[in-house]
Every structure is written in structure tokens, then in C-alpha cells.
Design a protein around this ligand. Structure first.
Ligand code: SF4
Length: 112
């Protein structure tokens, strides 16, 4: 399992640096553990490196724990949303072999 301590120099400024890692890695997000997630997210809310933390978690596909103020479920939803956006951008291109530049400068017709 990757820990936040493996994650680079931004970790030096992390608000959770002196907090037990167990708070940020609840066994589940339901029941009593929901309060644990809430407490972890409250620490993230005041963390100066929150964007770095979330970027790291997303780019390294961290599945477990609270990272960058988002729970496992929230990061999974964000990952799905980003994938959907990326798919929408890819399908925008007119056809295979036509460059986005050619479509943009009018040398190739735009779709639709
Ligand atoms: S955003 Fe949260 S999990 Fe990430 S470094 Fe800051 S306090 Fe820790």
C-alpha cells in the first residue's frame, strides 16, 4: 500500500503529517467509520497542499483512504467523470487520421 509519506515533497507541508494515518484509511465509509472520514476531511479542508495531494492520488490511482479531501467513493466518481469528459473530447474529432489542428483551421470540415 502506498502511504502519504511516499508521495513527495509536498508531504512536508501536509496538515495530516502529525495525525495517525489510521484516521485517513478507514476500513469502510459507512457506519461509525463515516465519522472517521468526516474527521479526516475536516483536516484536509485546512491543508495547504490539498491540490497536490489530490493530484498525486489521482495520478497514482490511490484506491484506499482519504486523499486531497476526497473519500474513496468521491475519487472514484471524479475518476469516472474525468474519463467521461476525456471520451467526449476524443469522439469530437471528425475521423481517424484528421488532426485536431486541421479541423480547427477549417481545412477539414467540423462534425455535425
Ligand atoms: S489534503 Fe488531506 S490527506 Fe492530503 S496531505 Fe492534506 S491533510 Fe493529508
Amino acid at each position: 500500500m502506498t502511504t502519504k509519506a511516499d508521495s513527495g515533497s509536498w508531504w512536508e507541508l501536509a496538515a495530516c503529517r502529525t495525525v495517525s494515518p489510521e484516521l485517513f484509511f478507514p476500513v469502510t465509509e459507512t457506519g461509525p467509520a463515516r465519522m472517521q472520514v468526516t474527521r479526516a476531511k475536516a483536516i484536509c479542508a485546512n491543508c495547504p497542499v490539498r491540490p497536490d495531494c489530490l493530484r498525486y492520488a489521482m495520478s497514482t490511482h490511490q484506491i484506499h483512504g482519504v486523499w486531497g479531501g476526497l473519500s474513496e467513493t468521491e475519487r472514484r466518481a471524479l475518476r469516472a467523470e474525468l474519463a467521461n469528459r476525456q471520451a467526449a473530447e476524443v469522439t469530437w474529432y471528425p475521423s481517424a487520421g484528421t488532426s485536431p489542428r486541421a479541423a480547427a483551421d477549417g481545412s477539414q470540415p467540423l462534425p455535425g
